[in-house]
Each structure stands twice: as structure tokens, then as C-alpha cells.
Design a protein around this ligand. Sequence first.
Ligand code: SF4
Ligand code: SF4
Length: 187
Amino acid sequence: MRYLRNLRPDPTRLIQEKLSVAEELYALWGESFLSDPELPPLLEDYRQAVEASNQVMEEAGTFRECYICSVQDGQGCCKIGLENECTVLILLLNLLLGVKLPQEREVPGRCFFVGPTGCKILARPMLCRDYFCRRHYQKIPEAQMIRVTQVLNEELTLLYRITSLLRARLEFWTGDFLQELDLTGYT
Ligand code: SF4
Ligand code: SF4
């Protein structure tokens, strides 16, 4: 975790260090988390909330605009470095949800988690889910964008609740103050 404190870290090394910490935590505490009285129901709620968000974004057409922007226009905003919006706790959450995390950047110049069909992780940082650009606001009616934001609220609230719970449990079990698990580390 020392690398998290560097002022100008290499984004690939930084995310790889976070991945290795998350995997170590999962190996040590994964079973305890999955038999916790509070966590598994929250994981299921979160999974459903992500599906609900995806559905409303699909209906509104935000994914379509991002596809045109990224694939057809060759732009897109999932750029290198943005992977570090993922904290160790968000990576750990993905592992608890059964996501197989990549170990290498697949597309040069793009986010570590970009794959041939888009983002490869299920639990994504708030910035990735709640960022809409001018293109969206120009092409999608305001009422639909408001609806998207309203539905996303459930997912993002659960993301905060779950990552807070993960950190609280780890701090209780280890007796350490684990603020670094919540840092992006690249700003
Ligand atoms: S959010 Fe905007 S800039 Fe980013 S990929 Fe979607 S359309 Fe493109
Ligand atoms: S949505 Fe996924 S691929 Fe895009 S920046 Fe976020 S984590 Fe990376």
C-alpha cells in the first residue's frame, strides 16, 4: 500500500497494487464476509440495483450514445488512469460478487477495465455510473435523464453502504484503521 501515497504514481502499477491487496483481503476474509449476517442481503440488493440502473439507462439511450461516442467516433471517456477511481474496497466488492478481475490492461490508452464489449467489472465507482456528458443532455429528453439519476441513487447509496460495512468489518477484525482501502490514490 506504500505506492498509494506516491504523488505521481504510474496508473497501471497503482491499480495492480490495489488488485493484489483486494485479492489478499478476499483470500483472508472472503468466507467471513459471505457468512456475515448483514452483507449477503446487501450484495443481492446491490446486484438488483445495478440491473435496475442498467435497464433505465438502456431505455433512456445513454449506453447507445456512449457506444457511438466510443466505438464509432473513436472517443469515449474510459481513459487510462480512470481505473483508479476504483478503491481497494470496490475491487473487493467485485470479488465478493463473483467477478473475475483482469490482471492486465487489455486496450492500450484505455481504462484497465475496458474490454471488447465495454467495462469488465460489475461494481463501478460513482464517477463511472453517474457521469453524463453534454452529448447525453443534448440528445436525451430531460425527464429521462432525471429518471436515470433517480434510479441510480439506489445503486450508489448501496455502494456507499456496502463499502463502509466492508471497511468497518475489516477494521474490527484486524484492529487497524484502514483509510487507505477507501482512497483512489491518484489525485
Ligand atoms: S459519457 Fe459522453 S464522453 Fe463519455 S463515452 Fe459517453 S458519450 Fe462519450
Ligand atoms: S466504466 Fe469501467 S471501463 Fe469505464 S472508466 Fe469506469 S471502470 Fe473503467
